[in-house]
Design a protein around this ligand. Structure first.
Ligand code: HSE
Length: 298
């Protein structure tokens, strides 16, 4: 028995929600084939598209799969083929797509003994391997689809949040690699009460805007006072890309996950495409290669 799946790229943080907010992209993702085997354990039998380890304990899909097997009474194993379309270190949840895709497919092949919430827990083990921290803001939207909020890590509590019908994401990836572990290390571990107040005001505003289809409110809530000022230094052209995206009509713009990808949210596909052109021009001018995508958010 085998299954072939598409596992989506994701944008984490969404400006104000470091480690708690995330959304799934329709246009970009990895393909995977997962197969049941009588041999116990997990084997990565094929990995194309990126230079990543295939040793089970070094591979995010491998360790996520082992976390699932440890809680399952299935006595066989799985083989995994991974066809990476998402670049590692691009900031759109490359590790999350592999980890989430693997456990989702295994659960299907076992006739769904686990809930989505349990699958998130297993996939978080992949994130722990990739970045040193088991954050859930990429694996949650990859598994639930759409927009998700990690309301709490302990106990794990994930809320799927509805999105307005015309919400689109534009994502540009300047071709430099930023490791999540590195871009987490440069963050401060304490924040001021003053910054906290601004940040949770925006998280609440963003969630309220998503529930009430209030695009203006979504736009003015897409602000990050804590992480963006530090991490944006690692991203060439960040300020100009953001400025031009907003001028082209984006509701808001910020760093996708730990970067270097930059995302913008827009009302309607036409604006999202103009935002893509505006972002592209910045990198053409400064001579940095890029990939750009527009996705509807569901
Ligand atoms: N919340 C994580 C971070 C996402 O910003 O480090 C990494 O994709």
């Amino acid at each position: 028995k085998e299954i072939k799946i598409f596992s989506p790229a994701t944008i984490a943080n969404i400006s104000c929600g470091f480690d708690v907010l995330g959304l799934a992209l329709e246009a970009v993702g990895d393909e995977m084939v997962i197969r049941k085997t009588s041999e116990k354990g997990i084997k990565i039998t094929k990995l194309t598209g990126q230079d990543l380890p295939t040793e089970t304990l070094q591979n995010v899909a491998g360790v996520a799969g082992l976390a699932l097997l440890a809680e399952s009474n299935y006595d066989g194993g799985f083989e995994i083929e991974i066809y990476k379309k998402i670049k590692a270190g691009s900031g759109i949840g490359s590790s999350a797509a592999s980890a989430a895709g693997a456990v989702w497919a295994m659960n299907e092949l076992l006739d769904r003994p686990f809930s989505n919430l349990q699958l998130v827990k297993f996939a978080m083990e992949g994130e722990r391997l990739a970045s040193g921290v088991a954050h859930a803001d990429n694996v949650a939207p990859a598994l639930f689809g759409g927009f998700t909020l990690v309301r709490s890590y302990s106990p794990l509590d994930i809320i799927k949040v509805p999105t307005p019908p015309e919400l689109y994401a534009t994502v540009i990836h300047p071709q430099i690699e930023v490791k999540t572990s590195d871009s987490r290390r440069i963050l401060k571990t304490n924040i001021s009460l003053e910054d906290g107040i601004k940040q949770w005001g925006n998280v609440g505003g963003l969630i309220a805007g998503l529930y009430t289809n209030d695009y203006e409110l979504i736009g003015r809530s897409l602000v990050d006072h804590i992480v963006e000022p530090i991490r944006s230094i690692l991203i060439p052209g960040f300020d100009k890309v953001k400025e031009d995206a907003l001028d082209a009509g984006a509701l808001g713009c910020g760093i996708s996950g730990s970067g270097p990808s930059i995302f913008a949210l827009s009302k309607g596909e036409e604006i999202a495409r103009s935002v893509a052109s505006a972002m592209k021009k910045v990198y053409q001018k400064i001579g940095v290669d890029y990939d750009v995508h527009v996705s509807k958010i569901n």
